[in-house]
Design a protein around this ligand. Sequence first.
Ligand code: BES
Ligand code: ZN
Ligand code: ZN
Length: 484
Amino acid sequence: MVYSLAPINTKDYDGTMVVLYGNEVSDRNLPLAKRELEYLKQRREEDSKSIVRFDRLPNHLFVVNFDSEKQAAPCQEQLRRSAAKLVAILDTLKVDTIAVTAEGTLPEEMVAFLEGLTLADYRFDRYKSQAAHHIAKVTIDQAFLKQEELDTNLRLWNRIHWCREWVNTPVADLNAAEFAEQLETIARDMDHVECTVFDKKKIESLRMGGLLAVNRGSVDEPRFVVLEYKPAVAVNAKPVALVGKGIMYDTGGLNIKPGDYMQEMKSDMAGAATMASVLFAAADNQLPVHLVALLPMTDNRPGFNAYAADDILTMYDGTTVEVVNTDAEGRLILADAIAFAVDKYNPELLIDAATLTGAAVRAISTFGIAAMQQNAANPLSLLKVVGEQVYERLVEFPFWEEYDELIKSDMADVKNCGTAQAGTITAGKFLARFAKQTPYIHLDIAGVAYFTKPQHYYATGASGYSIRLLYAFLQTYDLLNKSR
Ligand code: BES
Ligand code: ZN
Ligand code: ZN
């Protein structure tokens, strides 16, 4: 999609035009006949979110009604969703060039609409002989948006696009080594970004027992990627660490996933793809926050030498772990990454994102993130507020000490899963012990990273959900320092 800003004269624009239409705005600029205007008002009264189409063959005029009197967040979300509806309509009409203007709209509302349009236009069609229909060209009325604001947002949306591409790509075409190499290539061209890739030998020398155990059934080597974005001026004295689960494919290992439970497990590296994308977006837009991303990567397979239940592993920090189930593999690779982050970077805040538990999906479905925190009540409150604003929402699960009991082991310091109860929390609890005193937020994104059917502006497949959340959080990050 190519975007440009230009003046748009609504009265005699020759092409398909989209007008965002809020409350109590004048209709003097709408190129509508009196009867059409009456029709529009009637449709708007029936449904304040309706999209009304007027034929101007071979073009069309779309009036996108929205409730500008609502609070900012729901209003913007409504515009994102309307944009997704419009994408579907343009799809059927095979329209690929549009101009977008508005009546009395705020820049944030214009941005929200364009965001919905961009995100909804995504299709994973790289493997299709015939590419899907896409919007090719969008001209935006320059009265409603500045070039700089457009560009900043485009850079963010581009990172979401690439996250989705990585997550949607099957493991046969993107294994740990290939993913690491792509991140290295991207980082090489960026300012203030360093990328270090640890190969198997290095991972062995670091004694990352979790990552090595999960990798044992695989024919592909593991990788551990460290990305660092260090701006010239940063609001934080110590880095913020972003840890992402990079299971390139999760078969379950020897505790193999039965039936169709294995499907979609190419998305089990969404946490790593998300965290890399957040760091890149922050660097693209030069956010003044020092970041490190730690991304452990391997697939989880039942090979000849695969790790097994009853194995006892020694992790990077010396903790011993009794393996109860090889399908609880994500926490093993994350534990090493978290312990490594704490040891080497002493971060002021550590956040992980992981498609960690089916239990998270059962608890809250696909409508948000299951979040937990240890020593990070304030950062999580900010994250929650920001989540409502960008509509990538989270709900906090309890982290009571009673849950620690559920993963006590008779044989080792801890076991890698508990009973059938509170599986999302015990997974989080397992990770939290590796964060030690470091303020820690755990985001279980199992429900939102990958959708089997479209959900508004998230197309089928990888969503990139939580990139906008974490980016917006980092944008407002200095608020935390002020409240200290
Ligand atoms: N990758 C899965 C979790 C998952 C499930 C993500 C569904 C997205 C959709 C994870 O590694 C896993 O298999 N978890 C097990 C843990 C259990 C063995 C304690 C689960 O949730 O069943
Ligand atoms: Zn698993
Ligand atoms: Zn997994």
